[in-house]
Design a protein around this ligand. Structure first.
Ligand SMILES: Nc1ncnc2c1ncn2[C@@H]1O[C@H](COP(=O)(O)OP(=O)(O)OP(=O)(O)O)[C@@H](O)[C@H]1O
Length: 366
């Protein structure tokens, strides 16, 4: 049976510095839960608190409803995989994986059986007699993963496990990790600063900034419905464009960009005022480039052809630089200096308060 993890109002201090101040989150049984955020936001600190490497200055950490604050790491029944593999260089693959079982005094016959089983799951059973020095980075990380899960932990923690691998291997290994996690159905907390990795691998993602959770959601909602401008610009590319609300009676209104382009929005919040300044977040791929008609007037400054897409660096009439991405099949590459019209689908945009940058309105449909 998989377990849940509850982090309740936890506080972490290093000396006089408070790194995490009252953070709460819930990880569901069997969930693949990712902590994502820029360097220094406190991801590793939180992970180390869960396993017990770091002290906790306030709040509670619960596993399956039981408070584990005072339980030493050894007795928490958690496995951890680190960025630098941390496997023993003087032991073969098999010995590395068997180590944790020996420490737990599992009978020798059972050890062989369990090691073979796990090596098959992580698909390195053919390498069991190799020494780590003769393994690739990906294979070493499979050993580290096998070593973490062979003890049948209740919780698997991973701290940037793919950071030392090259781009192609990262993709291969993230797929392997996801499928192994599914197969053994273990509650997993994964730390990364790589947003694509987080989107690809997670059931849910917590976006962290300065020790504070900004949003906890599915990868799709994090991408399509960011709750503030930090999330919208941290995940993928987002253009934040100045605009104004034009409101009549009722709950409908228009967003008016500089130079008059108007987009109709439904279900606007009552608190929104006529004439209020806003920031409109538009993903580069949500623009439609036209040669004439309704839209934002802009000029193409430069472009980069990327095979599947073409990436345009564009300047709006008000001088703001934005980015626009078009599919390969959309049209021929448009020359630099061309004047274009950019139309946006109102359902694909997110609108934020100009000053405090929290969500004001959301687009209707997905
Ligand atoms: N042992 C320590 N003593 C003092 N400050 C620390 C210690 N460990 C981490 N910090 C500080 O705590 C903050 C959070 O660090 P943490 O390593 O948790 O961030 P992170 O989000 O995991 O970053 P990265 O992606 O770079 O690993 C940083 O400001 C860091 O400098």
């Amino acid at each position: 049976m998989s377990v849940s993890i509850d982090i309740e109002e936890v506080v972490k201090k290093y000396g006089n510095d408070t790194i995490i101040n009252g953070l709460s989150l819930h990880v569901k049984p069997g969930e693949f839960f990712t902590l994502l955020g820029p360097s220094g936001c406190g991801k590793t600190t939180l992970l180390r608190m869960i396993i017990g490497f770091n002290s906790i200055e306030g709040g509670k950490i619960k596993v399956d409803g039981r408070v584990v604050n005072d339980i030493p790491t050894n007795n928490r029944n958690m496995g951890m995989v680190f960025q630098n593999y941390a496997i023993f260089p003087h032991m073969s693959v098999k010995e590395n994986v068997a180590f944790g079982l020996r420490m737990r005094k599992v009978p020798e016959n059972d050890i062989d059986k369990q090691v073979d089983e796990i090596l098959k799951i992580v698909k390195i059973d053919h390498l069991k007699d190799r020494m780590p020095i003769k393994l690739s980075g990906g294979q070493q990380q499979r050993v580290a993963l096998a070593r973490a899960i062979v003890i049948h932990p209740e919780v698997l923690l991973m701290d940037e496990p793919l950071s030392n691998l090259d781009a192609k291997l990262r993709v291969e290994m993230r797929n392997a990790i996801k499928s192994i996690q599914r197969q053994i159905n273990i509650t997993t907390v994964y730390v990364t600063h790589d947003q694509e990795e987080a989107l690809a691998i997670s059931d849910r993602i917590a976006i962290m900034h300065n020790g504070v959770i900004q949003q906890i959601d599915s990868p799709k909602n994090i991408y399509q419905r960011p709750v503030n401008t930090f999330v919208s610009t941290f995940i993928g590319l987002s253009n934040l464009i100045d605009a104004e609300i034009s409101k009549n009676q009722g709950c409908n209104a228009s967003i008016v960009f500089d130079h008059g382009y108007c987009v109709f929005m439904e279900n606007i919040k009552d608190t929104v005022k006529n004439g209020q300044k806003i920031l409109v977040s538009v993903r580069p791929e949500e623009f439609h480039i036209r040669s004439a008609g309704e839209g934002l007037k802009a000029t193409i400054k430069s472009s980069v052809f990327l095979g599947l897409t073409t990436h345009y660096f564009v300047q709006l009439e008000n001088g703001q630089d934005i980015q626009v991405i078009q599919d390969r099949d959309e049209q021929d590459i448009i020359p630099d200096g061309t004047t274009i019209i950019l139309a946006v689908n109102p359902q694909k945009i997110n609108v934020f308060h100009y000053e405090n940058k929290t969500t004001l309105i959301r687009g209707g449909k997905e």
